[in-house]
Design a protein around this ligand. Structure first.
Ligand code: PLP
Length: 356
């Protein structure tokens, strides 16, 4: 039986993506070849890469606005260092907002390249909220933030107005909600949270911000090299790009980001309402910063843990354990998780209340 998959990443993808990917591994486009054994320079794969890049711009409403799309290896973690390498000037500085484990990972790498100003941090409260009052130095080379904090269950609901390049790690909420994406100069996201399988990282960059640092950048880490080769500087992650394309096609067919945003809001409302109503549970994130993607919550009395864990496992739910740094539970509700799966979880929470 197919599980209700709440995994934080790698995570659930649409069922039709699994089916079409499986077919392409056996026989890609009726070519008599597997997607795993064709050249990345073949006409069929170049078409996949071109369509994936175009579809990203279409879904984000960034067509014709000076952006390029790359699918790179190395995970979102590689972007923690590619961003400063490509954007921080020699003797320059960068500004960062510290909202969680991933944000602080990005800060750690930036410090290797130059002065790194942390404009605000919620670390002392175990990242249970997004800091709001901070000043971004006007002379920083860029400002970096993390739109959704996968581990702590917080999400930025608005973004600062800045006159310097705005860089955002959107790994865990890309394509989940409508934003004015043209406010961002560089967006990156590991595919495995909301777009595809692990192995590809999406980078969407406004090309006018590149080439200004005075640094010599190794080719593989240089966005301009990848842009000039249309994301084919070296062998790209062929299969993850293909599965990502299938997910993007699924999203477009569904009605794009505006349509999935409504579904994501319905899922989040259903679960948060139950967390707030049910006397056995409490949420861990500040209400105004609650993430619609990763919902973190606790049992008020840990004595009920064994019973609850047995019940949700019996209901076919998988991947609900919280990250070790928060404890409790984390329900990751990425685009492909159906509303029905959330109803199953809510029903289990109600049943626990009735049994106690
Ligand atoms: C998972 C995650 C990362 C790390 O992604 P990798 O692809 O494993 O390097 C970075 N940032 C955020 C917000 C994440 O959720």
């Amino acid at each position: 039986m197919k599980k209700h998959n709440y995994s934080a990443g790698p995570c659930i993808l649409p069922q039709e993506v699994f089916e079409k990917s499986a077919q392409a591994i056996l026989d890609f486009n009726n070519s008599g070849l597997s997607i795993l054994e064709i050249s990345h320079r073949s006409k069929d794969f170049v078409a996949v890469m071109d369509e994936a890049r175009a579809l990203v711009l279409e879904l984000l409403n960034l067509e014709g606005k000076g952006y390029e799309v790359l699918f790179l290896g190395g995970g979102a973690s590689m972007q923690f260092l590619m961003v400063p390498y490509n954007l921080m000037k020699v003797d320059g500085k960068a500004a960062y907002l510290d909202t969680g484990t991933w944000a602080s990972g990005a800060i750690k790498e930036a410090k290797l390249f130059g002065e790194t100003v942390v404009v605000a941090s919620s670390k002392s409260e175990n990242y249970n909220h997004i800091p709001k009052d901070y000043t971004i130095p006007a002379d920083a080379d860029y400002f970096h933030c993390t739109s959704n904090n996968t581990i702590f269950g917080t999400q930025m609901k608005s973004f600062p107005e800045v006159n310097i390049p705005l860089v955002c790690d959107m790994s865990s909420d890309i394509f989940s909600r409508v934003l004015d994406f043209s406010k961002f100069d560089l967006i990156y996201a590991g595919a495995q949270k909301n777009m595809g399988p692990a192995g590809a990282t999406l980078v969407v960059v406004k090309t006018e911000i590149l080439g200004k640092t005075g640094r010599t950048i190794p080719s593989m880490l240089d966005y301009q090299q990848h842009v000039s080769k249309e994301s084919m500087y070296n062998t790209p992650p062929v299969f993850p790009v293909y599965a990502s394309l299938l997910t993007l096609q699924w999203l477009k067919k569904l009605g794009g980001i505006a349509a999935i945003e409504k579904i994501n809001e319905a899922k989040a409302n259903l679960l948060y309402n139950e967390i707030d109503r049910n006397p056995l549970f409490k949420g861990t994130a500040a209400k105004e910063d609650r993430s619609n993607m990763n919902v973190t919550f606790l049992l008020k009395d840990e004595a009920h843990q064994e019973k609850f864990d047995t019940m949700w496992k019996a209901a076919g739910i998988s991947g609900l354990a919280g990250h070790r740094s928060v404890g409790g539970y984390r329900a990751s509700m990425y685009n492909a998780l159906p509303l029905e799966s959330v109803q199953v979880l809510v029903d289990v929470m109600k049943e626990l209340e009735n049994k106690i």
